[in-house]
Design a protein around this ligand. Structure first.
Ligand code: SAM
Length: 248
């Protein structure tokens, strides 16, 4: 898979892409990433990439011509890549988007700065994403968030394919809680079932904890999660005794 990033600040991508899972995967060439400096497509001698907004007002707007040239060049190399514009006005990026975008051959991320990008650029992009209802100073952080979430789903990147499947949102629910050694710490004991070695019981406990967490923290997710009859009965029992559940 190819990731191309068009940005005015290429240096922002240096260290986040060197460390951890992504760094190792890049070394193994499990995916490729190229950072393109938008200024290279601006006109000499001043290589200006922004201009004052028509109609007045504060701030500067990114000019359309360098962006168009950059996108054309990058697209020529990877014609099947989807172009994604980073914008707080896009649809909110979710795990299900990460899953479907991880199946693409390539993705081109367009990062805005200043007041944003000339509106006409929107007609050349395939999709527009926001990473949440807040305003960042640039699209670079949004692109990094998305690259991280998508690249870890590329086969081989995590090493253990199972771990992504069980993650929160993978099955529409929040993930169950995790514990490691020691079995007792600061007066708190790991739930006995996890020490039992009984895999059937452990799986059942995890499913129930996942349902419990989702009900407590993100009940909205339950509307679209795939639930069995047993899941529904368990949730119903929790709803009937919410006081006890609040203590967990
Ligand atoms: N004036 C714009 C508005 O109100 O919609 C915000 C511009 S913001 C300061 C500069 C750039 O940061 C945007 O063009 C976009 O690329 C990026 N950005 C800011 N917040 C974002 C978010 N929540 N998700 C994705 N990109 C974001």
């Amino acid at each position: 898979m190819n990731f191309d990033i068009i940005t005015l600040f290429p240096a922002l991508f240096d260290s986040p892409l060197q460390a951890g899972v992504l760094g190792r995967a890049l070394e193994k060439q499990l995916f490729h990433i190229e950072i393109h400096n938008l200024r290279n497509w601006a006109d000499p001698p001043h290589f200006v990439v922004d201009d004052a907004p028509y109609g007045g007002g504060g701030g500067m707007v990114m000019k359309p011509e360098p962006i168009h040239r950059a996108m054309e060049t990058v697209r020529r190399k990877n014609p099947r890549s989807r172009v994604l514009l980073m914008t707080p006005q896009g649809r909110t990026f979710r795990q299900r988007d990460a899953i479907s975008l991880a199946r693409e051959e390539g993705l081109i991320f367009l990062c805005g700065r200043y007041e944003g990008i000339d509106e006409r650029v929107r007609s050349w992009v395939d999709d527009e994403f926001s990473i949440g209802d807040f305003v960042l100073s640039g699209g670079e952080f949004a692109a990094l968030v998305m690259v991280d979430a998508i690249a870890r789903l590329v086969p081989g990147v995590l090493g253990n394919e199972l771990s992504a499947g069980a993650d929160s949102f993978g099955d529409g629910l929040l993930e169950y809680p995790h514990f490691t050694r020691p079995a007792e710490f600061a007066g708190m004991r790991v739930p006995e079932v996890l020490l039992s070695g009984n895999h059937g019981q452990i799986a059942r406990w995890r499913r129930r904890e996942s349902l419990r967490r989702t009900l407590q923290r993100r009940p909205d997710l339950l509307d679209s999660a795939e639930l069995t009859g047993e899941d529904r009965a368990f949730l119903e029992s929790l709803r009937k005794r919410p006081e006890e559940d609040q203590r967990r």
